[in-house]
Design a protein around this ligand. Structure first.
Ligand code: 8GT
Ligand code: MN
Ligand code: MN
Length: 335
């Protein structure tokens, strides 16, 4: 994943309000560490971003799902004054600013950021002087901080996609690769590259952790050898997080690679395409229709509440159809 951002600003009639709510969400996540409030602000921002009209008052906003009294009041303040005192106060607190900066380094979460700030470490310069306090992941995050902040143009991801396709074809012609995330949703720029890979020989009924890990390791090795992958943040059984670079003229980019069983490929594609808010809405819809959906499978939930055997899924459309949810193309999943 990449660090969360505000909902898309393209065609968003309530962009200014969404930006404020997203900043409040980040504050709740990183500083207050209140995930409940974080989710509430993100949900409100998502609903407003999708609303086809400009909201004129808090009262009007309250008619939308996910917007209650407190957020409505904030919307009124933003509409009448163009700003929000609560956010101004948050901005004027230097501890908040430090936590925000530190959590924008990949690998540094809210808890680590708090402990660093308590140790008096508040800037990137401070971090560079205290590398003994950082994990390997955090050190790489610091090393490429400026590069990782840059958005990746679609054209560059296309070229990187081609390299991955060509290299894997040489390794084994049966590999299938899909670049998911915001790229698959048609965005002109992305925060990172999310590559999903499967192979017909890899099925969930004969999962062999060792074989899976060997497969992922050999994929990473091939991509290192050709010069694409430059650093490893973490390498697990099915998930690689790292850094890559098209060539020395381009910045170093964040790349996530996941290896998924063939029979779970479409549920995984759906999940990793996102957006995360679209996924939330789709999962909720699935539950209302008696199914539980995750990155692996779609399963019916009986009266007992215990999920049954996974439904056979051969396309993304299958998932939409099973839960009676109107199909949306990846480009229409940007909420
Ligand atoms: P981006 O351009 O900022 O990278 O936007 P993105 O491609 O939509 O976001 P991402 O963070 O790269 O996540 C891509 C998908 O991965 C999301 O749709 C989400 O379902 C899934 N995802 C992960 N890990 C995590 C995580 O830790 N948190 C969240 N919220 N989503 C995650 O794979
Ligand atoms: Mn990602
Ligand atoms: Mn992404």
């Amino acid at each position: 994943m990449s660090k969360r951002k505000a909902p898309s600003s393209e065609n968003n009639h309530n962009n200014d309000i969404c930006e404020v709510l997203t900043e409040l969400a980040d504050y709740e996540k990183n500083v207050s560490r209140n995930i409940y409030k974080y989710n509430a602000y993100r949900k409100a921002a998502g609903v407003l971003a999708e609303h086809p009209l400009r909201i004129r008052s808090g009262d009007e906003a309250k008619n939308l799902s996910g917007i209650g009294k407190k957020i409505a009041k904030k919307i009124d303040e933003i509409l009448s004054t163009g700003k929000l005192r609560k956010l101004e106060n948050i901005h004027s607190d230097s501890k908040n600013a430090a936590i925000n900066l530190l959590t924008s380094v990949t690998g540094i979460g809210p808890a680590k950021a708090h402990s660093l700030v308590n140790d008096g470490i508040t800037t990137l310069e401070d971090l560079k002087k205290n590398t003994d306090k950082l994990t390997h992941h955090q050190l790489i995050g610091l090393k490429y901080f400026e590069d990782f902040e840059k958005r990746i143009p679609r054209e560059e991801i296309k070229k990187i996609e081609k390299i991955i396709l060509d290299e894997l074809k040489n390794l084994d012609a049966d590999y299938q690769v899909t670049i998911c995330g915001s790229y698959r949703r048609g965005k002109v720029e992305s925060g990172d590259i999310d590559a999903l890979i499967t192979h017909p020989n890899l099925t969930s009924d004969k999962i062999d952790k060792k074989i899976k890990n060997e497969m992922l390791t050999s994929i990473v090795q091939v991509l290192e050898k050709c010069g694409l992958i430059t650093d490893t943040l973490s390498l697990g059984e099915t998930k690689f997080m790292g850094a890559c670079r098209f060539d020395s003229e381009h910045p170093t980019r964040r790349i996530d690679i996941r290896l998924t069983p063939h029979d779970q490929y479409y549920c995984s594609i759906l999940y990793f395409t996102g957006s995360d808010m679209f996924n939330k809405a789709m999962r909720a819809h699935a539950l209302e229709n008696g199914f539980t959906l995750n990155e692996y499978s779609l399963r019916p939930v009986g009266v007992t509440g215990i999920p049954g055997e996974p439904v056979e899924i051969n396309s993304e459309e299958d998932v939409f159809m099973c839960i009676d949810f109107p199909y949306k193309k990846p480009e229409d999943r940007n909420c």
